[in-house]
Ligand binder design. Structure first.
Ligand code: HEM
Length: 155
């Protein structure tokens, strides 16, 4: 089961990235061209947030009870903070990803704020852009040493 959940967590990264880039591009265009905020915009932001929250739940499971979860214990000597692999998967990755999910949630929250459509687009764009940067930094990209993982699940 653990492997299946890691694969799902891996796959959802692409869903988040596609939806997030879409949300970012649409909010930037909406802001710059002074478009009206439409239900379709809200739906896209909502789906982005839902994908992020499902990934968050899977991540929390993994960091607690997954193959390298805290419940399995740190196999090395001393503090896990001195181990690049465990420091990344127990601290850096969860912390930065939680911040990014918070930013995505704030971006979606702009759809409900009683402000002008232009302000909605502008602020949401900033939240989505920051979330995107955090995700890019915290991702275990395949080219990263020690912590790198595959581009797609099970590869
Ligand atoms: C936007 C949110 C997130 C994205 C895009 C993301 C992406 C990824 C990816 C691509 C992997 C590699 C999976 C593989 O080996 O195939 C991974 C692993 C992992 N993630 Fe995340 N993650 C996110 C959020 C989180 C959060 C919030 C946590 C913890 C609270 C977390 C904990 C973990 C752990 C522990 C692993 C290693 C799992 C294992 O190999 O057993 N992730 N994540």
């Amino acid at each position: 089961m653990d492997t299946g959940l890691v694969h799902l967590h891996n796959f959802l990264r692409w869903v988040i990235l596609i939806l997030l880039v879409g949300s970012m591009v649409k909010s930037f265009i909406g802001w710059q061209t002074k478009k009206a905020f439409l239900p379709a915009d809200k739906k896209l932001w909502l789906f982005t947030m839902i994908a992020a929250h499902i990934t968050l739940l899977l991540g929390i499971y993994q960091v607690i009870a997954g193959r390298y979860g805290i419940l399995k214990g740190f196999p090395g000597e001393g503090s896990f903070m001195k181990d690049k692999f465990y420091r990344f998967f127990w601290m850096e990755h969860p912390l930065l990803m939680i911040i990014s999910i918070l930013l995505i949630t704030l971006g979606y929250g702009m759809s409900k704020k009683a402000v002008s459509d232009n302000v909605k687009f502008k602020k949401a764009f900033v939240f989505f852009l920051l979330a995107f940067i955090f995700i890019m930094v915290a991702m275990p990209w395949p080219f990263r040493e020690i912590i790198g993982r595959s581009w797609f699940p099970g590869m």
